[in-house]
Ligand binder design. Structure first.
Ligand code: PEP
Ligand code: MG
Length: 535
């Protein structure tokens, strides 16, 4: 039978070949029902089994992965969640149906309640529903996922992902899913190739597959030709990875030897443990949203201070640019963002939200000013649209600094710069001289310039950083930065994409901040470019 090739969306790069492991929809109905007392006992045991399995997985998880599991364990321990199921069992319904109906109702409530944060947690609830159903049916848990398997199905839950030993290889191929899901984020951090949005997948038949996480391809039952192409590609990828690891350790420069700065973007401080600081010129973007997404609620000053301190200590003398929280848009935070906006990407997002909630902003500014004593800290405002927002944020930063001074708390006043990601700023950047530096957010700049949302697959071809308008906006910001004497860098995904580096260099940009694993790749690509961006 010839190989079948399906194309979806890349969610995590890399190549893998392996046996298919279909992710079954669990029903819990393969057991025969007992008396209400037996059914109640069976449900209690199944909940305990599911909870114990999650706690075991939690022991090896950290960061956002651990937070998701903590939320799930807390939900399973919540008597209120299971109460309707136990009531239904007393009324004569068998345990699996009672649990499924109860959880389905709770999931619908999370999903349809109009709160984006709870909607995002609905899949975590689906996972605990299915775990309890599996335990009720006596089904083997995910420990049966063989090493190196290609997980294939509709979607995959974070807890299942975290329970698999990926050291032996493997990959994920989903008919649905999203590159911005929790699992996609975990897959990128662990280097697990992943493709989403493949459309309908065969329920049975193929036994082996190749996943191409860069190209967004799934090849089912690869024939000899596909396998030898895979072997060639993997050998090439291994050689490239070795050359990139070597290049990462060298200073970045163009073909003529002129220097370029390459910094890294950090989403979770846990990532830093595995990174050698000498590969980069500092941290160009810390997305502080990671602190605000924890189930424990909004972070207090001490929690924030400790997290910022850790990053400054890691960087030593190198600069660390910490962005104030960019909640809103596609990143809702309970207790902070505004629910029910008709177009959240154009709504109360980034600095707009921080200025609307000065009591929450104040906590972050105090933590940042305290951390500034311990390194080369720069603070950056997201989504600035008018110069008055910089003035207002500077006033609040000065007030936080004055409070700390009055209380005798060690502190420093970090420079305050801005993200250039709203086209209004990129068109007339000279009006934003109040900013100490500019960092171009090409992800948002592209979606706003193209009027095509960055998270809607149907308009993905329009949301293209390669549009000449984006390069023209960037060149304009570089020119204004030179005229004003302000440093200009770029921290959007465009800087880590080799296809766009000639345009960025050609626009005069000499500083980019990229995902840590892309540092070597970017340095190699820069070394082949002339100062005008020509290859
Ligand atoms: C950007 O918009 O390019 C950016 C770096 O910020 P984020 O992706 O977090 O919106
Ligand atoms: Mg942005």
């Amino acid at each position: 039978m010839p190989a079948i090739e399906l194309t979806g969306r890349p969610a995590s790069p890399g190549l893998a070949i392996g046996a298919l492991y279909p992710l079954a929809e669990r029903t819990g109905l393969s057991r025969s029902a007992g008396t209400p007392a037996e059914e109640s006992a069976a449900l209690t045991t199944a909940i305990a089994t599911a909870s114990a399995a999650l706690i075991a997985i939690m022991a090896g998880a950290e960061g956002e992965g651990a937070d998701i599991l903590e939320f799930q364990v807390a939900m399973l321990a919540d008597d209120e969640l299971a109460a309707p199921a136990f009531a239904a069992i007393v009324a004569g319904i068998e345990a699996a149906s009672a649990w499924r109906a109860t959880l389905d109702e709770a999931i619908a409530g999370y999903r349809d309640g109009g709160d984006a944060y709870f909607a995002a947690r609905a899949s975590d609830l689906e996972d605990i529903r299915d775990r309890v159903l599996a335990a009720l049916a006596g089904e083997a848990g995910e420990s049966s996922v063989p090493p190196g398997a290609i997980l294939i199905g509709r979607d995959v839950t974070p807890s299942l992902f975290l329970s698999v030993d990926w050291k032996a290889g493997g990959a994920i191929a989903l008919s649905e899913g999203s590159p911005s899901s929790h699992v996609a984020m975990l897959a990128r951090a662990r280097g697990v190739p992943m493709v989403v949005g493949l459309g309908s997948l065969p329920a049975s038949g193929p036994v082996e597959a190749i996943v191409d996480g860069d190209g967004g391809r799934l090849i089912l039952d690869p024939d000899a030709g596909a396998k030898s192409a895979f072997a060639r590609d993997t050998a090439g990828a291994a050689d490239r990875a070795a050359a990139e690891a070597e290049a990462a350790l060298l200073p970045a420069a163009l073909a003529d030897g002129s220097p370029v700065r390459v910094l890294i973007n950090v989403a979770e401080p846990e990532e830093l443990g595995a990174i050698d600081p000498s590969i980069c010129d500092g941290i160009g973007l810390v997305r502080t949203e990671f602190l605000f997404h924890r189930p424990a609620g909004l972070p207090d000053e001490e929690t924030q201070y400790r997290a910022y301190l850790r990053m400054l200590e890691w960087a030593g003398e190198r600069p660390v640019t910490i962005r104030t929280v960019d909640a809103g848009g596609d990143k809702p935070v309970p207790g902070l963002t505004i629910d029910g906006e008709s177009n959240p990407f154009l709504g109360t997002r980034g600095v707009r939200l921080s200025l609307a909630k000065p009591e929450i902003f104040r906590v972050q500014l105090r933590a940042l000013a305290r951390a500034a004593v311990h390194g080369n800290l720069k603070v950056m405002l997201p989504m600035v649209t008018v110069p008055g927002e910089i003035d207002e944020a500077a006033r609040l930063l000065d007030a936080a600094v004055a409070e700390l001074a009055a209380a005798g708390v060690p502190h420093a006043r970090p420079p305050l710069g801005i993200m250039v990601e709203v086209p209004a700023v990129a068109v007339v950047p000279e009006l934003y001289a109040a900013a100490a530096f500019f960092s171009i957010g090409s992800n948002d700049l592209t979606q706003y310039a193209a009027a095509a949302a960055r998270d809607i697959a149907a308009v993905a071809p329009l949301c293209d950083a390669g549009h000449p308008a984006v390069a023209a906006l960037i060149a304009n910001v570089v020119r204004a930065g030179e005229a004003l004497g302000r440093e200009v860098s770029l921290c959007g995904d465009m800087g880590g994409d080799r296809r766009h580096l000639p345009a960025l260099v050609g626009a005069g940009l000499r500083s980019v901040s990229v995902a840590p694993r892309l540092v070597g790749r970017v340095k190699r690509a820069l070394a082949a470019l002339a100062p005008d961006g020509a290859a």
